[in-house]
Write a protein that binds this ligand. Structure first.
Ligand SMILES: Cc1ncc(COP(=O)(O)O)c(C=O)c1O
Length: 467
């Protein structure tokens, strides 16, 4: 792509603009059609009541002509903003050249190789092999099968509040909430769920570091004493930072301690970087925040796409990835030639554009503008920030930490009316921000201003005021 096209991307109009508060009349008409066409859970309790017309750069435009700052980025899947030309152009080029869909584990296409090599190059040194997939859910399920195949063992330890995907295996693994596992839990066996270090809401009612990482001791003291023996456990599947549960960042020692236990018992350590991978937390992969920790399998998706076509992968060690030559993973759509070319262009662009430096700038702004809301508003219970993995947790009052889902909903709706799309789901009491890694700092600052305005207005209206 020529430099002029690249800078055109950077220059895209970057002002939010609300013509008519959402849902505008056109969005409402679409939402009526939606109710007639889709399954019930799709349209019930719609979190973002508007219909998108297009997106470009760091903004989303709806059918009513409203423009919003995009802090959802396709759930972290457009890391370079929407329509990032070097990725889109390369994807289209290879889509034409390759002729469209191919089942590449049968007729293997030339574009797979450069991507596989690039992934091995940018990932931790002990991860040397790749298993292709299409979605994060599939990559997680592939990792579970690889771990069981390698060890010949059955159980996998996973964590309360984790999310690993939406199908039976992955949803069964990640008990984010009873909603996610409803109708699934009773059919899926083989997981042992244990507490994650959700320190703001410690299930043991303790405080770090005085707790001595009681949540880690729980595995040895309870699971390995009453539930099963270490030699029946194939591995541990964890998010290095819990995303959907509201960006819980493990305290020092937890990941290290977990891996020490895994090494002792021969468990396959599965680091789910589907959401944290490719710069989101300020490092290429979140696990790099804990130097010296070596994972065995690493599911990847979302940002791997570069924002163009769906693609996912599991990276793994020689030992795990070559333990069986009989396991079937992937599927018809895994690693389409054009998706591979787009993904490679995306990773190259992240390196070329030094996005990690921008993430550090955005993180600093978030620390200055958002972390301080805890001190100023009674309803802001906690703000958790790692890179541009950000959550604001809302409470009825600080002392009791009583969750405030209704207030949170009101703040989220107010943000939409002001021109910002963040992440909030019905019934939950936190709002997450997943801006593009290359979002201009001024636009991010503007977004932080809108957040403070929304928090201040809802606080005042609810008679809560300043802490
Ligand atoms: C940590 C994690 N793992 C797995 C998944 C599932 O990915 P997908 O939605 O691509 O199936 C998600 C999705 O949000 C995720 O956050």
């Amino acid at each position: 792509m020529s430099p002029s096209r690249e800078s055109e991307h950077q220059r895209t109009a970057i002002e939010p603009h609300i013509v008519t508060p959402p849902p505008g009349p056109k969005s409402r008409a679409y939402m009526e059609r939606e109710k007639r066409l889709f399954f019930a859970a799709w349209y019930t309790d719609k979190d973002v009541p508007l219909i998108m017309r297009r997106k470009r750069g760091w903004l989303i435009e709806d059918v009513d002509g409203n423009r919003y700052i995009d802090m959802a980025t396709g759930w972290a899947s457009t890391p370079l903003g929407a329509g990032y030309e070097p990725v889109i152009e390369r994807t289209i080029e290879v889509l034409r050249e390759s002729g469209g869909v191919e089942c590449t584990d049968y007729v293997t296409d030339v574009h797979l190789f450069d991507l596989a090599e690039k992934l091995v190059e940018v990932s931790p040194p002990n991860l040397t092999r790749v298993a292709p997939d299409t979605t994060g859910t599939e990559a997680v399920e592939a990792a579970l099968r690889l771990a069981r195949e390698k060890t010949g063992r059955y159980f996998v330890i996973t964590f309360h509040g984790s999310f690993h995907g939406g199908n039976y295996g992955a949803a069964g693994a990640g008990p984010l909430s009873p909603d996610v596992t409803r109708g699934i839990k009773e059919y899926i066996h083989g997981f042992i769920h244990v507490p994650y270090p959700t320190c703001y809401r410690c299930p043991f009612r303790q405080t770090y570091p005085a707790c001595g990482l009681a949540c880690l001791d729980y595995i040895e003291d309870v699971v390995l004493r009453y539930e099963t023996t270490p030699d029946q456990i194939a591995g541990v599947l964890y998010e290095p930072i819990q995303g959907e549960n509201g960006v819980y960042i493990p305290p020092d020692g937890w990941i290290e301690g977990l891996h020490e236990m895994g090494r002792k018992y021969g468990w396959v350590m599965m680091d789910d970087e589907v959401q944290t991978g490719f710069g989101r937390t300020g490092k290429m992969f979140a696990i790099e925040h804990w130097p010296g920790v070596e994972v065995d399998l690493m599911p990847l998706a979302k940002a791997l796409s570069g924002g163009a076509l769906p693609i996912a992968a599991v990276l793994g060690t020689d030992a795990v990835m070559t333990a069986s030559d009989e396991i079937y993973l992937g599927g018809t759509f895994a690693w389409q030639p054009a998706a591979c070319a787009g993904a490679l262009a995306g990773i190259e662009a992240m390196e070329r554009e030094r996005v990690l430096e921008n993430v550090a700038r955005l993180e600093q702004i978030a620390q200055e503008r958002l972390a301080s809301l805890v001190d100023r508003y009674e309803i802001v219970g906690d703000v958790r920030i790692k890179g541009v993995y950000i959550a604001l947790e809302f409470v009825e009052e600080k002392e009791s930490k009583r969750p405030a889902p209704t207030l949170t909903r009101a703040i989220h709706r107010r943000l939409l009316a002001k021109g910002l799309i963040a992440i909030h789901e019905a019934g939950l009491w936190w709002i997450r921000l997943l801006p593009a890694l290359n979002m201009p700092p001024d636009l991010f600052r503007r977004g932080c201003d809108l957040i403070e305005e929304a928090v201040a207005e809802v606080s005042r209206e609810q008679g809560r005021g300043v802490a």
